[in-house]
Design a protein around this ligand. Sequence first.
Ligand code: KG4
Ligand code: ZN
Length: 345
Amino acid sequence: MLILGLETSCDETGVALYDTSAGLLSHALYSQVEVHREYGGVVPELASRDHVRKTLPLIEQVIAQAGVAPTDIEGIAYTAGPGLMGALMVGATLARSLAWGWGVPVLGVHHMEGHLLAPMLEDEAPQFPFVALLVSGGHTQLVRVDGIGQYSMLGESLDDAAGEAFDKAAKMLGLPYPGGPHIARLAQDGNPARFDFPRPMVNRPGLDFSFSGLKTHTLTTVRACQEAGGLSEEDRCDIARAFEEAVVATLVIKCKRALKQENLQRLVIAGGVSANKNLRTTLDQALSKQGGRVYYPAPVFCTDNGAMIAYAGAQRLLAGQRDGQEMNIRPRWPMEELPPLGSAN
Ligand code: KG4
Ligand code: ZN
């Protein structure tokens, strides 16, 4: 079954063609980062307008790249939530109009389910059950996954998401939005021995996260450097390093704890922060010591993309799920509300 996938929930327009027998045929991504940069964060109205401009040309592009005809497409999947209302509406309206015109089924997909299943696009896909760490700009969640649509929430952030914490720390260091990759770049040259940042909530039982204390600690350290003669390049690198190490250490401890609690050995990490190299290598090392294994998407499929939506949608469309007559956009949408694969929508 050949599925067109559209992702427009935030500030990337992602489009892909996924075939349930042949795999990923083509994908294209347009990032709005430049549009939002001067505002230091995503401006919802500008995001919607840019999706309006970019989605249809990207659809034409992936169809041409894959060497298929529009009439070959057998279903359409789009991100129905969570995300920005206007941005979601653009993808939903386009997907549903095309599906109506082409006479094919259409389905709204959960953005975080897309992230969670993105490692399935790789050659060595994880088998169910596994624990997933979802770390993006809006979410930090540990989920037990027994199958598609069989999700149990094990823990989540009580305040900022991990990606949001990266973005805020970056802002304090005068780095552009989104800050995660910039912090990671500075951290490479940072001295890990200079600052020791707190590892939030690791001494408390449970699998929830909190990053607001770390944010305050970062701000206090930046101010102390400024007062001691200005924030030098060295200070910025050392702070970035201490911040990254603290986030990574926290995530690793909670992942190990979740695997132990669930008596599982497979961990999937997905979402924008899973592109972080330090997180990947530290998790790899920590889990291989105890016989565990980490699965993650290719870096291009860690952050928002159309391929993950095409993949997740394809599994559900293949199982017979489809949208009804009404458009159902869910800017807030708990993942546990998703139906399992075998059930009707
Ligand atoms: O999944 P994503 O593209 O969008 C959401 O669904 O939120 O995640 C974006 C987040 C941003 O906060 C960004 O700073 C973070 O992922 N990010 C990273 C890295 N690359 C992206 N954080 C740390 N290290 C990275 N290399
Ligand atoms: Zn995302």
